[in-house]
Design a protein around this ligand. Structure first.
Ligand code: GDP
Ligand code: MG
Length: 174
């Protein structure tokens, strides 16, 4: 049995969206990845005994996100919302994106909240636990602290999104 899902990675500019996607799909990290690039990556892997193919939309420049999100959201089943652990304003941004997604796509949409740049320990300004408390009431959500740079928790975050999709789809069919 195999699965194919289309997901999108959203969040403020500079938080590490492209590096997370690059790390996950190609095991690479770029210090100077072009911020204007917006692209799709397809990757396959085995998870819990199943073959999984993910089409990942890496997005860029969502200042006017409510308009652009409409486009990004089409056909996407689940989302990775990325913020930087070193910049509280980027967390606010993903919280408003999450609200927008739940309002437009439904409260059962799987979302992973990813706090990236965990390697920049001295600059971290977001308390551990703040996000897990925030997402407690969301049905299909989870949070991870990652470092695309040092490949910490990157796979885990993407894998968990697939597991949340499985869980949601199973419960929907019950
Ligand atoms: P995007 O605009 O969200 O796609 O962000 P990028 O992936 O282009 O990354 C923006 C900047 O943050 C780049 O200079 C990256 O090298 C850097 N960066 C991304 N992930 C990490 C990380 O985990 N740790 C550190 N220290 N820097 C990172
Ligand atoms: Mg980018």
């Amino acid at each position: 049995m195999s699965f194919f899902y289309k997901i999108a990675v959203l969040g403020a500019g500079g938080v590490g969206k492209s590096d997370l996607v690059l790390r996950f799909t190609q095991d690479r990290f770029e210090d100077n990845w072009d911020p204007t690039i917006e692209d799709q990556y397809t990757t396959t892997f085995e998870l819990d005994g199943f073959a999984v193919r993910l089409e990942i939309l890496d997005t860029a420049g969502q200042e006017d996100f409510s308009h652009l999100l409409d486009i990004y959201l089409q056909e996407r089943e689940a989302y990775l919302l990325v913020y930087s652990l070193t910049d509280a304003s980027t967390l606010e941004k993903v919280c408003s994106i999450a609200t927008f997604i739940f309002n437009t796509r439904g409260a059962n949409t799987p979302i992973i909240f990813v706090g990236n740049k965990s390697d920049l320990e001295k600059e971290i300004c977001i308390e551990k636990g703040a996000v897990s408390a925030y997402i407690e009431s969301f049905k299909y959500a989870a949070c991870y602290e990652t470092s695309a740079k040092f490949n910490t928790n990157v796979k885990e975050a993407f894998y968990q999104l697939v597991r949340l999709l499985w869980k949601r789809n199973k419960e929907r069919n019950c």
